[in-house]
Design a protein around this ligand. Structure first.
Ligand code: NAD
Length: 557
């Protein structure tokens, strides 16, 4: 029996409204967010339980999904459900302030932490790839990444282009769950974005959700329209159905150099997420099944060439950066010694924000009512009136972002701000200004929750890139503080062996108890990031720690 034949969209529809199907709002929130991850509007391939990012799943298989649902429905207020790589394995007694769910996904002992070994275990039904927010049930569709991508392109605009991307051309690839945010983030910064994507259905999906404006099947037509838009100063995003290698080769042939160049194919998982350029999409889909070794060989060759082409365009003046998919790492593994000649996006643009405890704060309205998000949007704008870029983002997000699944919002908030917002949301619930509790979470890509030497912790000031104690401490402190569910994952974003990261979600249900938990967790979680960066020697982080009276254990202060 295949998974496809047993997936029942009606059965797994996310409950909405203010009636409980579990024994408390925290369990209910976990249930709704799990099912929301698999909502066909949200997930890339719900029938395979795949949420985003190559093979990032919400549950190991249909049987596990059913068992998790049942366990959450019966879970008491003093019990904790344990999830081992997408499978529920036990319910143990805890207490009301403990997390209701603890999740560990894709952990392997370091010497065995390879895709080969992982895939063997996965085929035996023993493991699941949790990516970041897929297996930790707090993915909210492409919006989640739009804000991060918007922040990155805004930082590029500030650093290189006088605060705006008007009259600039960005070229990239991949219109998947994460990559689909790129065109919108560029046009929100007033630029032109040309994106190569192999699979037509992905392009269609981004057009439908208004993340992408137009698309072409012909590479030259797409390039011509992009150049025209750049000259005219239009904000326009253009998809082109082709392999990125063919697009970059054609740009070089025509002597066209983009202003900005990056990539968001799923290079972290070459077999599932990267299409080789020497064969068609149809041939690739067959080869992947019939001869995965040969597929891998071809994908590796393509990824090396891909990076070579990016380096060539960088030489010609394109501002080039790796967008967190480990593409450089793959090319380096294939012997391309200078693969790391262009930087990753974190050291280039995001780290100063991490030093302030800033990261992707997100929330969803469990009621399912978009009006509730409107209320929270207004509240956020009133809480932080001095924050201009937040205001710009929120205004554009309201206008341009179509909700997928449960209505949700994201904005980057820092130390102090997250706690303030969380407590204010709890008040909205308590006073009935929203129709049901609000669930608050974040990506694992955050200030204090991840060790990933080719991405979030690339080029740390003290060389501590690969030290993974920090995400482990992050998961432990969030558990101790009483987050609603806490997760610790391996391999998200960049693939097996390359990262360890933690997630947390906390529910604002309007109660006093929730307020106490929110205050602790939303203080401690970003504080881990401030401490981590201060410990690595970043001055901004040291200042922020002092301003917010975060106790660091030091001789001198
Ligand atoms: P996804 O698997 O949903 O989508 C990848 C897309 O790339 C697919 O649509 C695929 O058809 C396309 N593609 C693959 N090879 C191609 C090629 N050669 N030419 C053109 N298109 C090609 O993945 P996603 O969720 O969009 O994530 C993309 C990557 O970004 C992943 O590696 C992910 O880990 C990484 N990521 C980055 C960030 C970040 O903040 N920068 C965050 C999360 C994930």
């Amino acid at each position: 029996k295949t998974i496809e034949s047993t997936y029942d969209f009606a059965k797994y529809k996310t409950p909405t409204g203010n009636k409980l199907s579990c024994k408390g709002w925290v369990q209910e929130a976990a249930l709704r967010m799990l099912l929301n991850n698999l909502d066909p509007e949200v997930a890339e391939r719900p029938e395979d339980l795949i949420v985003y990012g190559g093979r990032g799943k919400a549950a190991r298989n249909i049987e596990s999904l059913d068992l998790i649902i049942k366990a959450l429905q019966n879970l008491e207020e003093d019990e904790t459900l344990l999830i081992q790589s997408g499978k529920p394995v036990g319910i143990l007694p805890t207490h009301k302030d403990a997390p209701r769910v603890l999740i560990s996904n894709s952990q392997l002992v370091p010497k065995w932490a390879t895709w080969e070994h992982f895939s063997e275990l996965e085929q035996k039904g023993l493991m699941m790839y949790g990516q970041m927010t897929a297996g930790s049930w707090i993915y909210i569709g492409s919006q989640g990444i739009v804000q991060g991508t918007y922040e990155t392109f805004s930082a590029i605009a500030r650093k290189h282009f006088n605060n705006t991307l008007k009259n600039t051309l960005s070229i990239t690839a991949g219109l998947g769950g994460m990559g689909g945010a790129q065109p919108l983030a560029v046009t929100m910064n007033d630029g032109v974005c040309l994106v190569a994507e192999v699979e037509e259905w992905r392009i269609q999906k981004r057009i439908e959700t208004r993340y992408l404006d137009i698309y072409f099947n012909d590479i030259d037509e797409a390039i011509d329209r992009a150049i025209e838009a750049k000259i005219n100063g239009e904000a326009l995003s253009i998809g082109v159905k082709c392999n990125i290698i063919h697009l970059l080769q054609r740009c070089i042939e025509r002597n066209i150099t983009p202003d900005i160049l990056t990539d968001q194919t799923s290079a972290h998982d070459p077999i599932i997420g990267y299409f080789p350029h020497e064969i068609s999409q149809e041939q690739a889909n067959i080869l992947r099944e019939t001869n995965p070794e040969q597929y891998l060989e071809m994908a590796n060759r393509s990824m090396r060439l891909h990076v070579e082409l990016m380096l060539e365009l960088q030489q010609k003046g394109a501002i080039t950066f790796d967008y967190g998919n480990n593409l450089r790492g793959r090319a380096y593994e294939q012997g391309l010694k200078n693969a790391f000649d262009f930087p990753g996006f974190v050291p280039a643009y995001i780290r100063p924000l991490f030093c302030e405890g800033k990261g992707p704060f997100r929330w969803a309205a469990l009621s399912g009512d978009p009006e509730d998000i409107k209320v929270t949007d207004e509240l956020i704008l009133s809480l932080f009136p001095e924050n201009e870029s937040l205001k710009r983002w929120m205004t554009m997000a309201q206008e341009r972002i179509a909700f997928q699944g449960l209505p949700a919002r994201i904005c980057w908030l820092g130390q102090g701000e997250r706690e303030k917002a969380g407590l204010a949301f709890n008040e909205l619930v308590r006073t009935g200004k929203v129709k049901a509790p609000i669930v608050i979470g974040r990506d694992h890509l955050d200030t204090g929750s991840v060790a990933s030497p080719n991405r979030e912790t690339e080029a740390m000031l003290d060389g501590s890139d690969a030290v993974a104690d920090w995400p482990v401490l992050n998961a432990l402190i969030n558990t101790a503080g009483g987050a609603s569910w806490v997760s610790l994952h391996h391999g998200g974003g960049v693939g097996m062996g390359y990262s360890i990261h933690a997630g947390m979600v906390i529910v604002a249900d309007g109660t006093e108890d929730a307020a106490k938990r929110l205050k602790r967790v939303l203080h401690n979680d970003p504080a881990m990031g401030v401490i981590r960066h201060a410990d690595a020697g970043y001055d901004i982080a040291k200042d922020v720690a002092r301003q917010h009276r975060i106790k660091r254990v030091l001789n001198s202060e």
